[in-house]
Design a binder for this molecule. Sequence first.
Ligand SMILES: [Zn+2]
Length: 61
Amino acid sequence: MKCPLCGLEFREQDGVSGCKGCVVSGSCSLVKCPNCGYETPKEPGVIKFIRSLKKQKERKK
Ligand SMILES: [Zn+2]
């Protein structure tokens, strides 16, 4: 996924582990950017699916 603040692309699991000190650890739905520390909600599966479709279309061009 991509950080909306600094634009760094990182794996969602890396961002989740960055939020381990969180009080609501386990149920926290935020992903923390390893670069700038910006916390963003996880991308819903639907958005990932749409994005993968767009990528496929771009490849065909
Ligand atoms: Zn960032």
